[in-house]
Ligand binder design. Structure first.
Ligand SMILES: Cc1cc2nc3c(=O)[nH]c(=O)nc-3n(C[C@H](O)[C@H](O)[C@H](O)COP(=O)(O)OP(=O)(O)OC[C@H]3O[C@@H](n4cnc5c(N)ncnc54)[C@H](O)[C@@H]3O)c2cc1C
Length: 363
């Protein structure tokens, strides 16, 4: 029915594109509620969490009319398309916690999904390497956690065995996790988007949600929530916000508390030169320092054969600031020793940068 409204597009674009263009044209045309598309559930945010949630809703409740609103012109434009690409096995989380349970279950479900969808991945494994006695003690605690969490086939290995897994790596002791892998999570998000569309869901790109209204409109009482941007709106019964770095702002916009507030950090990676790439086979991680919420600077192979080293964690001015300029401003901030109260912000960026360089130099 929608396609008939702008028939000229249908000759130029694929079916999916036509659906998005046609719906957007429809939204813009009318400002009155009767022209605003109506959905049972609207998901705000086209990152991996938003798309996974939308896809799952479409599978479990095929009768529901669903849509996703994303402010960028593609899916996975932020964290979901800009991360280490590691498929974690559930080593770190507190036994019995939801995170631990979901991570181990998610590991199995992820590989199953990749196989079904033909998404390329590499099960290259992961070593967590202890370099001193204190780290060896932490490594034992970590191994106990991992075992309680049910991480599959995990092993504690001696320093002399490390070379069997990573010939160029040295340490006192290590954890070997054979099922940790790598994948392009941005690509996975796109697959979720495709599944969602195939199940009849609509994805609106370039739709930055700026507000939510509860509408008292007799004619459309069934769809009381109006979700709008500067120039468009949709109506729905329920909203699910999955805004990643903007989640506190979206929570406030939707009438909830903005706590906990997001403190933006920028993570940077170094690229190992092509000639040295053969030195690293799989993921190599340090033993995490329990005082900080980071896993530590690690080597990560990429699907294209590159080896990345990172991320560091630098307090950032912008939530989505990826340019070098924003980092320079931050370095200045750091030099001024701006005090920030959050635990994460207390992490000394210089220590991270140093450890990054030491790794590269093989120290
Ligand atoms: C440096 C780094 C490395 C990481 N490495 C790994 C890893 O190796 N393995 C792993 O499993 N995880 C990793 N993670 C974590 C993982 O990337 C995130 O947990 C995940 O991507 C979060 O997904 P999300 O959908 O919540 O957020 P996002 O991907 O940020 O998606 C949120 C979406 O909401 C949209 N949005 C926000 N506000 C609005 C609005 N008002 N209107 C419309 N749309 C809006 C945004 O544009 C964005 O597309 C890493 C994270 C970082 C930062």
């Amino acid at each position: 029915m929608l396609l008939q409204k702008i028939p000229s597009f249908s000759r130029l674009l694929t079916t999916q594109q036509v659906r998005i263009v046609a719906v957007n044209a429809w939204v813009r045309r009318g400002s009155t509620a009767s022209y605003e598309p109506k959905y049972d559930v609207v998901v705000v945010g086209g990152g991996i969490i938003g798309m996974a949630s939308a896809r799952e809703l479409s599978l479990r409740y095929p009768h529901l009319k669903l849509s996703v609103l994303e402010k960028e012109d593609c899916l996975a434009a932020h964290q979901s398309g800009r991360n280490s690409g590691v498929i974690h096995a559930g080593i770190y989380y507190k036994p019995g916690s939801l995170k631990a349970k979901l991570c181990v279950e998610g590991l199995h479900l992820s590989y199953k999904y990749f196989d079904e969808e033909g998404i390329p991945y590499k099960k290259c494994g992961k070593l967590i390497v202890a370099l001193n006695e204190l780290e060896v003690k932490r490594l034992h605690d970590l191994f106990e956690r991992a075992t309680l969490n049910g991480v599959p086939d995990i092993k504690l290995i001696e320093g002399s065995e490390i070379k069997n897994y990573e010939p160029h790596c040295k340490g006192l002791k290590a954890i070997w996790s054979p099922h940790t892998g790598i994948v392009d999570w941005g690509l996975v998000t796109e697959h979720y988007g495709k599944n969602f569309r195939d199940h009849g869901g609509s994805i609106y790109l370039d739709f930055k949600v700026t507000g939510f209204d509860l509408v008292k409109d007799e004619a459309d009482a069934e769809y009381p929530v109006r979700v709008f941007s500067k120039d468009k709106a949709v109506r729905c019964k329920y909203v699910l916000t999955c805004g990643g770095l903007q989640s506190d702002l979206l929570a406030e916009l939707s009438g909830c508390s903005g706590d906990p507030h997001i403190v933006p950090f920028r993570g940077e990676y170094l690229l190992l030169s092509k000639e040295k790439a053969h030195l690293v086979r799989g993921n190599i991680y340090p033993v995490p320092d329990p005082r900080f919420p980071f896993l530590g600077v690690h080597f990560t192979p990429r699907m294209n054969g590159d080896i990345w080293l990172g991320p560091n964690a630098i307090l950032a001015f912008k939530r989505e600031g990826y340019s070098v300029r924003s980092q320079q401003a931050v370095c200045l901030l750091h030099r001024l020793r701006l005090s920030v109260t959050s635990q994460a912000a207390a992490y000394d960026v210089c220590v991270m940068a140093k450890s990054c360089h030491s790794y590269l130099k093989g120290e």
